[in-house]
Design a binder for this molecule. Structure first.
Ligand code: MN
Length: 233
């Protein structure tokens, strides 16, 4: 049986469910069956008992109240009911040690779920010359490099110390709490990947491999394959 992968979703301006189809394509290509979870879904514990893996997709900013901060003036739109549901999903999945792949906003939410904090706006709150992390070219194309931390799961998957990634974020991970560790950093200091040292497969990626997988990017495809493989065990 193919593994069931819960996929979080966004809301459009009418409050209706929205999931970019590139996430679905990436899961399908890797051999998983997506189960889309609308904001406001109930029965989270029952659902997580049946799911084999969880994909947290991109979207709005995470509410800073969840990491004990007041809202910075550059904070973007926040959807509290989505935050609440996704935290419940993450907590249930990690309690059962089921695989979680967390992308962009998902990666940031994952960090908050483990007690970490975020930069609410990288340009307002980080020092030094930052790269363009809100890329203007199509998201299928890489824009900056990241250095991968040796001996990490990510290093194992990449088989190399540096990869090229796309970038579409104005927030970023700030403080990281154990058992999460940083596994990739851009050359301007931006934290671009996380993983848990205490779980089988809990991986956060600031970039969007699901968009790069559409261009047959080997690393992007491999990331989804490893996730689905872990969910198949
Ligand atoms: Mn970036």
């Amino acid at each position: 049986m193919k593994p069931l992968i819960g996929v979080t979703s966004d809301m459009d301006k009418n409050g209706d469910m929205l999931v970019q189809s590139r996430y679905i394509r990436a899961i399908r290509r890797a051999g998983g069956v997506p189960v889309i979870l609308p904001v406001g879904m109930y029965g989270i514990e029952d659902i997580c008992g049946r799911l084999d893996g969880l994909l947290l997709i991109g979207g709005e900013d995470v509410d800073p109240i969840l990491y004990g901060e007041e809202p910075h003036e550059k904070l973007g739109k926040v959807v509290p009911e989505r935050d609440e549901m996704e935290l419940a999903l993450v907590n249930s999945m990690i309690d059962q040690d089921k695989p979680v792949l967390a992308i962009c906003r998902g990666h940031q939410l994952l960090n908050v779920a483990f007690g970490g904090t975020l930069y609410q706006d990288i340009h307002a709150q980080m020092s030094g010359d930052l790269f363009q992390h809100l890329q203007l070219k199509d998201l299928k194309f890489a824009t900056h490099t990241v250095d991968i931390v040796p001996d990490s799961k990510l290093a194992q998957i990449a088989g190399t110390s540096e990869i090229r990634v796309n970038s579409l974020h104005h927030q970023a991970v700030k403080d990281v709490k154990s058992p999460l560790v940083v596994t990739a950093v851009a050359k301007d200091g931006m934290i671009e990947a996380l993983e848990s040292t205490a779980h089988r497969f809990v991986v956060g990626l600031q970039w969007h491999p699901e968009a790069m997988a559409d261009r047959q990017d080997t690393m992007a495809i491999k990331l989804f394959e490893e996730f689905i493989e872990a969910a198949t065990d």
